[in-house]
Ligand binder design. Structure first.
Ligand SMILES: C[S@@+](CC[C@H](N)C(=O)[O-])C[C@H]1O[C@@H](n2cnc3c(N)ncnc32)[C@H](O)[C@@H]1O
Length: 300
């Protein structure tokens, strides 16, 4: 493992047994709407088998056992792999079909024991945020290469453009780093370069720079916001899918927010139900009001 992978694995090490209940269970802060989204795409494409790259404790996989597909998965974090194997064994599935691996390593896409099929679909949810930018294309290519011609690739990302809606420090970062790009502007302005620092300082007063709060670990392990947890621009990820030769590309948004999250408390219990009511993977507002999306493509 690289040092950043070690930090990620430590971050997830305390989540093996509780992750499913926290994010897929009845008390999860938001229902796992992506499960139905993915399931319907996989059913539409009549898959018979499926690889979940970065499968956690077999969370999505356990929810599709009843479909009768041949299920496979791997994950970076040993505690997640252990739990995933247990879930498989408890459901009379072969625990060898869950193994330890990293999505940036091509060899991880092969089952360590026995033959690896050409998969009908490869899904990858919640993992890309933890991958350094220079490996994004490798991840897309690894997913593409693991499926048969005509197979489906579904890669989930945190939506960078959601910051257009949140009015917090993520918005400030988007405006400054992605739109304004001070370093380039400073070069163009020469001796007036410090004007940009004035502008970016003044801009801080337009956003809630104290929000959102940093998510810490449960014990002494680093928390989600203390390890690499990037967001992705859906327009750029789409281009990278195109450049990887994937076809029929679709951006499908989910986890909508009916108002910016900082106002959730003012909604008197209506924040979650009204947000769920907005869930539509194809609504253009998803570019800004949804915090996550799946990029879906078909291998030529
Ligand atoms: C947010 S969880 C999502 C788990 C699962 N995909 C789900 O949807 O429930 C992220 C998972 O990615 C795993 N992970 C992080 N970096 C990884 C990598 N480079 N390769 C494989 N898995 C990785 C973590 O161990 C963790 O289980």
């Amino acid at each position: 493992m690289t040092s950043y992978e070690e930090a990620i694995a430590r971050c997830y090490s305390t989540w093996g047994k509780t992750y499913y209940e926290e994010y897929y269970g009845s008390n999860s802060p938001y229902p796992p709407v992506h499960t139905e989204l993915l399931r319907s795409i996989l059913k539409e494409n009549k898959v018979n088998n499926l690889l979940d790259a970065g499968c956690g404790p077999a969370s999505f996989l356990r929810d599709v056992i009843k479909e009768g597909w041949d299920l496979y998965g791997f994950d970076l974090t040993p505690e997640m792999v252990e739990e995933g194997k247990k879930v498989f064994a408890d459901n009379n599935l072969d625990p060898e079909r869950i193994w330890k691996g990293s999505i940036i390593e091509k060899s991880s896409f092969r089952i360590p024991v026995g033959n690896t099929p050409e998969f009908d679909a490869a899904v990858c949810g919640g993992v890309l945020p933890h991958i350094p930018e220079e490996h994004d294309v490798t991840v897309i290519e690894n997913l593409r290469d693991s499926v048969r011609p005509g197979g489906i690739v579904a890669l989930e990302a945190r939506n960078q453009l959601f910051a257009m809606f949140t009015m917090n420090k993520y918005s400030y970062d988007l405006f400054v780093e992605q739109f304004i790009r001070p370093e380039i502007l400073k070069k163009n302005l020469g001796e007036n370069a410090d004007k940009i620092d004035e502008v970016t300082e003044q801009m801080k007063f337009q956003f809630r720079m104290d929000l959102p709060p940093v998510r810490k670990g449960k014990a002494d392990e680093p928390g989600y916001d203390e390890v690499l947890s990037r967001t992705h621009n859906p327009f750029i990820l789409r281009q990278q899918f195109e450049q990887a030769g994937l076809k029929n590309i679709k951006t499908m948004f989910y986890h909508y927010h009916c108002v910016p999250p900082m106002f959730a408390g003012s909604m008197g219990g209506e924040f979650i139900p009204q947000s769920i009511a907005l869930e539509d993977p194809n609504d253009w507002r998803g570019h800004f009001m949804a915090s996550a999306f799946y990029m879906i493509g078909t291998k030529a």
